[in-house]
Ligand binder design. Structure first.
Ligand SMILES: [Fe+2]
Ligand SMILES: [Fe+2]
Length: 234
């Protein structure tokens, strides 16, 4: 199940006027560079790199150089999906992102409640907000993935992606909400820096949430920047 490699997969030239989502689709390792600098490549992928860098006080040329360096040291995670058959991309999204969440979302919920219970006295406001933001995100994601699996993905697999503009717009809106919840979790946890007084459960929770953020950013990027636009075109 690897992306098809043919003459269409020649890389675009790295350029600051190219949209972030396109850079992420064609240079998968660019997502590592974007994550490192806090550049939103999933929901905010529709904007040119130069514009976003200007806003965030970053140097677009340096970011491009970094992408070039990452790409030069190729790894297995550099798989490109922008020209793979859509059915293969859907199978990849389900296996790499949806199925792991079936187990991870409830595990993190139990862990977050345990940390709140035990450490309520230490940082009560932060921990209670974290538990409630996380519970909302979990419920939304479970509902969202159910809709993708039962309605949208079957439509795309049957070649009806062109008629899926309504469901796709709804999924994109829900991605925005998930992105906002992740942002709030990052603020509450101070960028997942483990506090000194943290016990093992607390550490495991921070690690699990940081994994969730990284995984969801990649997951949403593949849907927003590759799967959905291609399905609408086919
Ligand atoms: Fe998904
Ligand atoms: Fe999604």
């Amino acid at each position: 199940m690897s992306p098809r490699k043919d003459e269409r997969s020649r890389l675009i030239t790295l350029h600051p006027e190219i949209n972030i989502g396109r850079l992420a689709a064609e240079y998968p390792l660019a997502t590592k560079v974007f994550a490192r600098h806090g550049i939103d490549f999933c929901c905010g992928g529709g904007r040119p790199l130069r514009e976003v860098c200007r806003e965030q006080d970053l140097n677009a040329d340096e970011i491009l150089e970094e992408i070039g360096r990452e790409t030069a040291q190729k790894t297995a995670s550099a798989e490109r999906w922008d020209h793979a058959p859509l059915g293969d991309l859907i199978i990849h999204i389900l296996a790499a992102y949806h199925r792991p969440l079936d187990e991870e979302l409830p595990r993190l919920e139990a862990l977050s409640r345990r940390v709140l219970e035990v450490h309520r006295d230490k940082q009560p406001e932060m921990l209670s907000e974290l538990v409630s933001v996380y519970a909302g995100l979990k419920a939304d994601l479970e509902d969202h993935m159910g809709k993708e699996e039962e309605i949208l993905f079957p439509m795309i697999r049957q070649g009806q992606g062109m008629m899926a503009d309504g469901p796709i717009a709804m999924m994109e809106e829900e991605h925005e909400l998930a992105g906002a919840a992740l942002k709030r979790l990052r603020e509450l946890t101070n960028g997942y820096q483990v506090p000194e007084e943290a016990c093992n459960s607390w550490r495991a929770l921070w690690q699990g949430l940081a994994w969730l953020e990284e995984s969801l950013h990649q997951h949403i990027h593949l849907e927003n920047n590759i799967l959905f636009p291609r399905a609408l075109e086919e």
